[in-house]
Design a protein around this ligand. Structure first.
Ligand SMILES: Cc1cc2nc3c(=O)[nH]c(=O)nc-3n(C[C@H](O)[C@H](O)[C@H](O)COP(=O)(O)OP(=O)(O)OC[C@H]3O[C@@H](n4cnc5c(N)ncnc54)[C@H](O)[C@@H]3O)c2cc1C
Length: 429
């Protein structure tokens, strides 16, 4: 039985493991922490509070075919709840709901007729220019939107609101290619491709131990950081962990890019063009419900998304998300909470009456790589100069931005290169 050693138990490493095990490989995963999931995981709020909170709310779309396939392999596919509508709320509380079909878009009150005509024209242009333009990785999404003469409100409330959270980068820093991809796959693919999936359980439970027995021969070593990949005669010869050296036939590095120089120095991969973009999650627990909505995107303010995390949607535990959150990175936590409460009160007046019982701020400074113009061609493929070493991770050339789908795609691509079998589900064109 061929043996594969995977370093990193995030979605890239886990999906590679699931694919390889299904192809009859014996797989060992080395994970530095005592739980799985990497950035897409959960942990107890504190030693006194065992309740698991997610690192940050993670959402997916129905067009994330590989991620859903991975969940299917683990038997947790039904733990994802899909929503066919997006709620846009203006300060003051006016609600516009976007569903499938042009009619709901035309009814949205947060856009003027001029905004809507411009957006509709630009959506059509995405369809045609996806096929015809060659410069989409060298211009920013904002350059393109200005070229298409979008109104300021359409840019702020539609393009920015959707894309900054999908790609985790500001429009003036994001390669247009990534913005195009989000709309092409979610809005122009299958009829339900745009639906938003939200896990019903804490993220960590999606990778629960009981799931792995159904996947195949996978052994997981927790709290087992790899110090270094060892090489000799042009091949990887083993992985140095804390107390032992582990060997296998094939090796996968499923580490984030910033770890590569330290753990895989012999690859001599230049990570300097890769920059991080932060995400901030703010968890707020109130003494009473503040909204019955399951989720909403919040317009014109710092807080971008609201997720209602309470069981039975009571609206007492709210999570707010700010992507590309550079303005919050240096801000003291108490000020972030105060800003969150101020914003929230503008959208949900009930928050003004409610008592905040506790709050928790998670600043992920290294949330994802920044999808800058020109970076796409520098993302490495799974194969490396070492014939038995493969790279996976959301930063590798997965064909997607840094997302859970991108990470799973990268894991499947590495597994394909090792086995010669097909795992990847291609995007609908
Ligand atoms: C706050 C936040 C919000 C996000 N929201 C979304 C979202 O809504 N939707 C979405 O699709 N994506 C979202 N993402 C992005 C998504 O989480 C990532 O793209 C994806 O999880 C990356 O997976 P990965 O396996 O490539 O890397 P990671 O998850 O970083 O996994 C790498 C693993 O390697 C381990 N490791 C590190 N060093 C060593 C070592 N020396 N030895 C062994 N193990 C090691 C780490 O502990 C980790 O488990 C979000 C990310 C963040 C941070």
């Amino acid at each position: 039985m061929p043996r594969t050693l995977i370093v990193g138990g995030g979605l890239a490493g886990l999906s590679a493991a699931a694919a390889l095990a299904s192809a009859g490989h014996s797989v060992t995963i080395l994970e530095a922490r005592n739980f799985l999931g990497g950035r897409a995981t959960s942990w107890p709020v504190s030693a006194d509070e065992p309740e698991l909170i997610d690192n940050c709310q993670h959402v997916l779309l129905r067009c994330c075919h590989n991620l859903l396939d991975f969940y299917q392999r683990l038997g947790v596919r039904d733990d994802i709840k899909f929503y066919p509508e997006f709620n846009f709320i203006e300060p003051g509380g006016r609600l516009s709901t976007l569903k499938r079909g042009a009619i709901s878009f035309l009814k949205m009150r947060c856009f003027s007729p001029r905004d809507k005509i411009g957006i509709a024209r630009a959506m059509l242009a995405i369809k045609t220019e996806s096929r015809t333009r060659r410069d989409l990785d060298s211009i920013t999404m904002l350059d393109w939107l200005r070229e298409k003469r979008q109104t300021e409100r359409a840019i702020e409330r539609y393009w920015r609101q959707v894309l900054v959270s999908a790609v985790n980068e500001e429009l003036h820093r994001m390669a247009a290619a990534h913005g195009f991809q989000v709309f092409r796959l979610s809005m122009m693919g299958a009829k339900d491709a745009y639906e938003m999936g939200v896990p019903n359980v804490p993220l960590r439970e999606l990778y629960r131990e009981s799931s792995w027995s159904r996947v195949g021969d996978v052994t997981i070593h927790h709290r087992c950081p790899a110090a270094r990949f060892l090489t000799g005669k042009g091949r990887v010869t083993g992985v140095q962990a804390a107390t032992e050296t582990l060997t296998a036939d094939h090796y996968i590095s499923a580490l984030p890019f910033e770890k590569i120089p330290q753990v895989l120095p012999d690859l001599a991969f230049d990570i300097t063009p890769f920059e991080h973009s932060p995400i901030t999650g703010i968890h707020l627990w109130f003494d009473r419900p503040i909204t019955a909505l399951a989720h909403a995107t919040l317009l014109d303010r710092t807080m971008q998304w609201m997720f209602n995390k309470s069981n039975k949607s009571e609206g007492r535990y709210i999570q707010l998300v700010v992507s590309a959150s550079r303005s919050l990175v240096e801000m003291p936590r108490a000020d972030v909470i105060a800003l969150a409460l101020k914003d929230l009160t503008e959208f949900f007046p009930a928050a003004a009456e409610a008592k905040l019982e506790r709050a928790h701020v998670v600043k992920e400074v290294r949330a994802t790589f920044s999808a800058l113009p020109g970076l796409e061609s520098l993302r490495p493929p799974a194969t490396t100069a070492f014939p038995n070493l493969f790279l996976a991770g959301d930063w590798t050339r997965s064909g997607w931005p840094a997302t859970m789908e991108g990470a799973v795609r990268s894991g499947y691509l590495a597994a394909e290169d090792i086995t010669g079998k097909r795992f990847l589900i291609e995007d609908a064109q």
